[in-house]
Design a protein around this ligand. Sequence first.
Ligand SMILES: Cc1cc2nc3c(=O)[nH]c(=O)nc-3n(C[C@H](O)[C@H](O)[C@H](O)COP(=O)(O)O)c2cc1C
Length: 208
Amino acid sequence: MNTVTAATHVTIEPSILYFGTPVVLLSTENPDGTFNLAPMSSAWALGNVIVLGLGAEGQTARNLMSRPDVVINLPAPHQWAAVERLASLTGRHPVPASKPAGCRYEPDKFGAAGLRPSPSETVRPPRVAECPIQFEARAERVGHDVSGSFVIAEAVVGKVHANPRLVVPGTHHVDPGAWSPLIYNFRHYFGLGPELGHSYRSQTPRTR
Ligand SMILES: Cc1cc2nc3c(=O)[nH]c(=O)nc-3n(C[C@H](O)[C@H](O)[C@H](O)COP(=O)(O)O)c2cc1C
């Protein structure tokens, strides 16, 4: 085997490691019975569980520790500006010192984002009407991460809502050619490029 001798990489110390994960909008219930809405991108699926990574000082993490109902709303790429309108807002009052400069308290996140609440069927927080895919879920396990700065929540999905244009007719499959997540890539927003291929386990292959 040949050894690589040229310098193919440099060592860097990036301030963040957000290497490109889908953005979701979490709706949760505040202590006073109103609802919070927060963007996050540290979310991934394990079967019917969505694992969520949240700053421990945020209102969303606090809500999930006391009231586990949550809706995981998936925005499409064209909705990035609505997501960004929520970026500097927190539902926590007073704003914790650990929040970045410029962060302000906002009790009406739906209104601030220009998004409409739509009643859920199995949980108390509403869905985001404009989001094409919505998961109603309950955070069954919520605990601190190894650093103590974050909370990891395991949310069990009980109901999935999808825009019918994204569903393969006559099936329960999301059409991967019709759906694109909004990707948070080192703090910049992207959509997906063209399909490159599919897994051997795909149940919706478009090319053989
Ligand atoms: C695109 C995007 C992705 C984000 N991802 C996360 C994340 O994965 N975890 C997190 O705790 N905060 C994330 N944030 C920051 C939160 O949205 C922000 O801290 C917000 O103030 C939380 O609101 P809350 O305090 O009302 O829960 C993200 C923000 C944006 C705009």
